[in-house]
Design a protein around this ligand. Structure first.
Ligand code: TK8
Length: 337
């Protein structure tokens, strides 16, 4: 009986799969997925969330509905992380820098002048190093799906162009809520003020701070050009975003549902990086047209900044980051061989 039944069942499954592959095979329930992010809907982040939502809808026959909530309307990065861990929100994308409260080693990406270009960043983030860091998240209540590009960060302020680190002297500079940034800019002579991104525009507008640092895409999409005069191209840090899901919620999904989300996340990664890079090429011109004064910082001065930031490296290593820093430098060394 058993031996007869098995091939018959296999035949039925094959026939069924041929007739209606999705409907029969996939275990998908109707679900609404709240997906929060910090930037405006009309930003590289917003466009990629929309692409992700469309991909998930397509791959799930419309059953999984991703609802994007931009401009930190569900909370800033840190608040959303906590909501995911607690199971009060399903998904988000945000900076790896603000994940340090959850997993300290993510701070390694914030050390200045590590990645030489986007290609290095892609290879390391998508390769064993980046995936190993992501694999630490489930133990902390999060599931990391993929990295997106935030991009190389540049400095804006209202006081003066930054041409060398001495120009940071006395500038009140908003940084992300992350100790590496605080140490780095303080070592340049700035007065680093950690602040959530959601509060940044107002802080710049009211002159509570003089400046900030972010990729050109964000300077454009968050309209910082309205309240900032100087943009200095320092590319001091390559900043990743990471897409995460609540582990509590994720564990209740079927394998099919998880696979749809994971596949759609990878599709969104390809789109997001391409879109962000194309936009970054146009942003500099746009920002000039808006009246920003833009200067490039020379390689020699960037090297001086790098040397000056050594205390940030030392402190990161001394506070338990030595291993992860060595691994990242090792991965970069492999690439450059
Ligand atoms: C958006 C932030 C932003 C980051 C920052 O929520 O805070 O400056 O660059 O992209 O994650």
């Amino acid at each position: 009986m058993k031996t007869l039944f098995k091939p018959l069942l296999a035949c039925l499954i094959t026939a069924g799969a041929l007739a209606a592959p999705q409907a029969l095979a996939a275990d998908i329930k109707p679900r609404i997925i709240r997906f929060g992010y910090g930037l405006a809907e009309d930003s590289n982040q917003g466009r990629a969330v929309k692409l992700f939502a469309d991909e998930v809808a397509k791959r799930s026959g419309g059953k999984l509905k991703v609802k994007g909530f931009g401009s930190a309307s569900l909370g800033n990065d840190v608040q959303m992380q906590n909501a995911l861990i607690g199971g009060a929100q399903e998904m988000m994308v945000g900076s790896t820098a603000t994940l340090v409260g959850v997993e300290k080693d993510f701070g390694v990406y914030d050390l200045p002048f590590l990645f030489a270009n986007e290609k290095e960043a892609d290879t390391v983030l998508d390769g064993p190093f980046g995936q190993k860091l992501i694999a630490r998240l489930p133990a902390k209540g999060l599931v990391g799906l993929t990295y997106w590009e935030n991009g190389f960060r540049n400095v804006t302020n209202t006081k003066r162009p930054i041409t060398r680190f001495e120009d940071f002297q006395g500038i009140k500079l908003r940084v992300m809520q992350n100790p590496v940034y605080i140490d780095m800019f303080n070592s340049f002579g700035a007065n680093a003020v950690p602040l959530a991104f959601a509060e940044l525009f107002t802080a710049l507008e009211t002159r509570a701070v003089d400046g900030q640092e972010n990729p050109v895409n964000t300077i454009q999409s968050s309209k910082f050009y309205e309240v900032q005069k100087y943009l200095s191209v320092t590319k001091h840090v390559y900043s990743p975003w990471v897409m995460t899901a609540s582990k509590k919620w994720w564990d209740g999904l079927s394998r099919d549902e998880q696979k749809i989300l994971q596949d759609a996340a990878l599709a969104s990664r390809t789109f997001e990086r391409k879109d962000s890079r194309a936009e970054a090429m146009r942003s500099v011109k746009f920002l000039t047209q808006q009246g920003m004064k833009i200067n490039m910082v020379s390689d020699a001065e960037l090297k001086r900044m790098r040397d000056k930031a050594k205390p940030a490296f030392d402190k990161f290593a001394a506070n338990g980051g030595a291993e992860v820093l060595k691994e990242l430098q090792g991965a970069l060394g492999q690439l450059r061989k």
